[in-house]
Design a protein around this ligand. Sequence first.
Ligand SMILES: [Zn+2]
Length: 113
Amino acid sequence: MHEMGIAQNIVEIAVEAARKEGASKVTRINLISGELRGIVPMQLTFCFGIVAKDTMAAGAYLDIEEVPVSGHCKNCNADFSVEEYEYVCPKCGSPNIELTGGTELRIKDIEIE
Ligand SMILES: [Zn+2]
């Protein structure tokens, strides 16, 4: 379950940011999670709860915004979203595409008090 390691990272980053700001508590963390990361939000929320316990992030709300996989066709320049892992351009059928979204995993913002 790789969610535990990710939760650990999120808590560390959030606590560090809160400490820098002189805050006493992290209240909310907004996370961007690309579909290709294969993160199960429920599992991540569960792991987060365990890891955040006894830290400044304890009880913080973890909001996970899932980003779909998107691609760009190098053949016809179309931008599209990739459905069901079909890595061909829906317009011209070319497999010559590059992924432009769906692999990211980052904290968008953190709310503290
Ligand atoms: Zn195309």
